[in-house]
Write a protein of this length. Structure first.
Length: 343
């Protein structure tokens, strides 16, 4: 493998996680920020309790207005013999610092740095020949396929350690009125992004999704509302243009080079305020768009609608997320060398 990303010289070493008990974090120094918000870091998180004789590892990538807090997902994989890691990308979650525009980037390709550093650190921890699964949610579900498509051609040695891609409600297109996806609107977004990349877009995000999740409102989940506010972070023109560029690349067709599982809800329900339907539908993305574009990942894609799932399928109500875990279990048995990974 290339030595262009020397993990040991760019990390702090493992420290106790200040957000989750029984987890550890490691901070990557990412060097100068191409978007001019130095200093920037990324944060790799892992379970403190190590898996005995792991069959592989998982690297999880969060979405927009998100960070890693989904402990049951980590425990699910640990019970099946996988070491679990999650990365909070630059300016996100644990990596969000003073002077940062939350989640801001002008090119999704910039995330390749922390993704590759995370992969290298996992291989150092678990073993150079370890099988690694990549998992991505929402915006992480477009970031990770683009990275794998590039890695497949630019760095076959690293790519060879990756054996599967698990996507949870990936953001494959811009939801809403067709005019938002028109060439004219796309050109306007691109022009604004070039002139004023940090301009906040006028569309206000609903707090309904956050209220459906967080224990302070209608949900069961405890997480940091500074790093994941109920109403979401503002959407900037530069970031939205970066995402739209990613969508365009996906729509032209990618080859992630590994088997993929795409989980999503069976329906969308867009609302301005919370109602109980928010607990049994994707109220963030259009699931028909996810279904339409899933085949663009490559030629080994399993796409599964999970009835009554939320946007984050693994944060659905208990009976629904158990169905989602069942689908993951079934998929894991189909992966190369999976015979020893079943629980």
């Amino acid at each position: 493998m290339s030595s262009s990303t020397d993990v040991s010289s760019r990390t702090t070493g493992w420290q106790p996680d200040h957000l989750l008990d029984n987890y550890q974090l490691l901070t990557f120094d990412l060097g100068p920020d191409p978007d001019g918000e130095d200093p920037i870091t990324a944060t790799l998180v892992r379970r403190s309790e190590r898996v005995e004789k792991p069959v592989g590892a998982v690297l999880y990538v969060h979405g927009f207005t998100d960070y890693f807090f989904q402990e049951p997902l980590a425990e699910f994989f640990a019970a099946r013999g996988y070491e679990f890691y999650a990365v909070d990308l630059r300016k996100c979650g644990r990596s969000l610092g003073e002077g940062h525009t939350p989640h801001f980037t002008t090119n999704l390709k910039f995330y390749d740095v922390e993704l590759t550093l995370s992969l290298d650190k996992i291989l150092t921890d678990v073993g150079a020949d370890a099988d690694v699964l990549i998992a991505g949610h929402s915006t992480g579900g477009i970031i990770t396929p683009l990275w794998l498509d590039r890695l497949r051609t630019s760095d076959p040695a690293r790519h060879s350690r990756i054996t599967g891609l698990l996507l949870n409600s990936p953001w494959f297109d811009l939801q809403g009125s067709p005019v938002l996806r028109s060439p004219i609107t796309t050109a306007v977004i691109k022009a604004v992004a070039k002139l004023r990349p940090k301009l906040v877009m006028p569309q206000e995000l609903s707090a309904a999704y956050g209220e459906s999740l967080h224990e302070s409102a209608h949900g069961e989940w405890a997480y940091d509302l500074v790093r994941k506010p109920l109403g979401g972070f503002p959407v900037t023109a530069g970031w939205l243009n970066a995402v739209r560029d990613g969508h365009a690349a996906l729509h032209r067709g990618l080859d992630v080079g590994v088997p993929s599982l795409v989980l999503r809800s069976d329906k969308s329900h867009f609302i301005g305020g919370y109602d109980p339907k928010a607990d049994a539908a994707d109220i963030v993305l259009d699931v028909e768009q996810i279904a339409r574009w899933s085949g663009c990942l490559g030629n080994r894609v399993s796409a599964v609608p999970v009835a009554d799932a939320r946007h984050d399928v693994f944060l659905s109500v208990p009976r629904v997320r158990e169905r989602a875990y069942h689908e993951v279990d079934a998929w894991l048995t189909t992966l190369p060398g999976a015979g020893s990974s079943a629980s």
